[in-house]
Design a protein around this ligand. Structure first.
Ligand code: NFS
Ligand code: SF4
Length: 617
């Protein structure tokens, strides 16, 4: 049987769990096959009770739904709802952070860790910063909440984009007005009998995606930096061997640092450490999964167990005492796997309860106590481990360098972007690519992420990565300064002189907003638009609606975006043509679908060289 992952630790765990008779994501995918062809093409609609309807892709059966909607409308509407869900997920996560920001000074568990950034962002919002940190925090939170509403003409951070870009968006009528408003408008437009012009629907997809990238996600990143500290370069470790057999292991899974950060604090509580030792553990060990893992890795250097497709496997080590989650990308299946072990799944958000899990609800007010409760539960579960089921893969943890916020990069460069611009201009860095997104069981885990990143750096293209792509690249050893050896000669020299890896960890998925900030700053410095830059994006193993929203805001911002998994748009020639071709005339960006990472790299490198030629560099 072909292995499901490129990694030894993952394959070892898959084998173990298979032997134990546990069904995993790959088994469930198999059970689902063949998956519905209509849905894969985007040609099914269940938006109303006259349906559900399906359009025959071969032109023989029905070409219209009961209401008269054709393939183009149905495909566009389905895509729009995915963008709305993705944008909503990032943005609602952002809102939760803003609500914590508003309570700074009134709650024990949270405070402002980066007052300088607080002031800088508050000034952007036009807030007078001549007052206490708590007052500024409250006013900034109130102003950010306005961005979620519908009273504005333009959400604040849109102003961070290059001027030409903003004018272009104005001309296209896709300036996001309010984060919630754009999401709601998609839900409205896709109701039966509202927007029946597929191109008009696609434009609203771009506007909603921008409300995510320059709105909800950017707010999430900035407020996380303010509350938990702006990341700085640091070393850490990654893979399943970051779990410790002799310690209490708590796995942090989900997205928002609100919960994971509180647990990190609680895990160093003296009393709890004493208790853990009384129970025979040598300490309390934390390991991250998915994006909340990225958050605490970036800021605190907490080791990372793995990415999306590791979430069931991590439990299979038999040493995870508690897996604590908030929301997003958490497979309901982990509760079933946990039942076969001593592991408890703890849910923390009223928005995300799981049947079979223990619910310990976190609020900004009680986070301190609740985090301790979770750690205590883990200590108690430690005693219940089943020795015969314990097996941590016999590998060494991979090292990685993390923490590359835009601020940190500026510091590395000596306070200005000029050295980077010079390197791009003289060709020692040919271009910059954001490698983002998930794992998908339809792709051999991490193969496409890693192959793409390797090919790009070999060709002197600097890679910045986020989310699960970032974990993949780190496990492949691409995020240590020594990985400069794997880069082309020119990029290698740049990395060696700065002491940085050729693949820079930008953070979690909401931190794709850091890519927007960095590219906007680069474009501004060069006096050009983002679409003129030798830059691109890639989501080679995406699965999530959030990744669709990210891809769409990259395209709206002027970037070429390669998708390694085909999106459900092939049922409409028109939608496919708009998104993979015509949109380029509007925004300068477009989607390319290319599952083969070798070919994806070629496409991206050609794109970068074209852009360089046009810039005359
Ligand atoms: Ni992004 Fe993060 Fe991973 Fe995909 Fe899920 S964890 S928000 S959606 S699977 S990269
Ligand atoms: Fe069918 Fe139209 Fe209703 Fe969709 S909205 S289910 S195509 S009748």
């Amino acid at each position: 049987m072909e292995e499901h992952s490129v990694h030894v630790d993952a394959n070892a765990m898959i084998k173990k769990l298979k032997e134990e008779g546990i069904l995993l994501v790959w088994d469930r995918l198999k059970e689902q096959e063949p998956q519905c062809g209509y849905c894969s093409l985007g040609l099914s609609c269940r938006n109303c009770a006259m349906g559900p309807c399906r359009i025959d892709p071969f032109g023989e059966g029905p070409q219209k739904g009961v209401c008269g909607a054709d393939a183009d409308v149905i495909v566009a509407r389905n895509l729009a709802r995915a963008v709305a869900s993705g944008a909503a997920s990032h943005s609602d996560h952002g809102r939760d952070l803003v609500e914590v920001l508003a309570r700074v000074g009134k709650v024990k568990a949270y405070s402002v860790k980066d007052a300088e950034k607080l002031k800088k962002v508050a000034q952007e919002y036009g807030i007078n910063t001549n007052k206490s940190v708590e007052e500024i925090a409250f006013e900034l939170a109130e102003a950010m909440l306005e961005d979620f509403g519908s009273k504005k003409e333009k959400i604040q951070f849109v102003n961070r984009a290059p001027k030409k870009r903003i004018e272009l968006w104005e001309k296209l009528g896709i300036i996001p007005r309010g984060i919630d408003r754009e999401v709601v408008e998609i839900m409205h437009r896709t109701h039966m009998g509202v927007d029946n012009d597929p191109v008009n629907i696609l434009l609203q997809c771009l506007r909603t995606a921008l409300a995510d990238g320059f709105g909800g996600s950017m707010i999430a990143t900035e407020v996380s930096d303010i509350l938990f500290g702006t990341p700085e370069p640091k070393m850490s470790e990654i893979n399943l061997a970051t779990l410790k057999e002799n310690e209490v292991n708590i796995v942090l899974h989900g997205h928002n640092p609100i919960v994971s950060d509180a647990i990190v604090e609680a895990a160093s509580d003296e009393e709890l450490l004493k208790l853990a030792k009384e129970y025979g553990a040598e300490g309390i060990n934390l390991a991250g999964l998915c994006c909340t893992g990225n958050e605490v890795l970036m800021r605190k250097g907490i080791p990372m167990a793995g990415n999306h497709l590791i979430q069931e496997l991590v439990i299979g080590t038999g040493v995870v005492d508690v897996i604590v989650v908030d929301y997003q990308c958490i497979m309901p299946a982990i509760v079933d796997v946990a039942k076969c072990y001593h592991t408890e799944v703890v849910t923390t958000s009223p928005k995300a309860k799981f049947k079979g899990a223990i619910h310990i609800e976190f609020t900004p007010e009680n986070a301190h106590e609740k985090a301790k409760e979770v750690v205590k539960l883990a200590i108690e579960r430690f005693r219940e481990r089943k020795a015969e089921l314990v097996k941590i893969p016999n590998v060494k943890p991979n090292k990685l360098m993390t923490g590359f916020s835009v601020e940190a990069i500026l510091k590395v460069l000596g306070g200005t972007l000029q050295p980077l611009i010079d390197a791009i201009k003289n060709g020692s860095i040919r271009g910059v690519v954001g490698s983002v997104g998930c794992n998908n069981p339809k792709v051999k885990q991490d193969y496409s992420h890693i192959t793409l990143a390797k090919r790009l750096i070999e060709n002197d293209v600097l890679v910045v990565d986020t989310g699960c792509a970032a974990v993949a690249d780190a496990k492949a050893g691409l995020k240590v300064p020594e990985a400069a050896e794997l880069a082309g000669e020119e990029l290698r020299k740049v990395c060696e002189s700065l002491g940085i890896p050729p693949v820079l960890h930008f953070g979690s998925c909401v931190d794709n907003s850091r890519i927007l900030v960095a590219l906007s700053a680069l474009a501004n410095e060069l006096g050009v638009d983002i679409s003129d830059l030798p830059a691109a994006g890639a989501a080679m193993e995406w699965y999530s609606e959030k990744a669709i929203a990210i891809g769409a805001y990259f395209v709206a911002s002027g970037l070429l975006v390669v998708l390694g998994v085909p999106p459900p748009i092939y049922g409409s020639k028109l939608v496919l043509d708009v998104l993979t071709s015509k949109v380029e005339e509007l925004t300068g960006g477009k989607f390319v679908v290319e599952p083969d990472p070798e070919k994806a790299a070629e496409i991206i490198i050609k794109h970068i060289e074209d852009k360089r030629r046009k810039l005359g560099i």
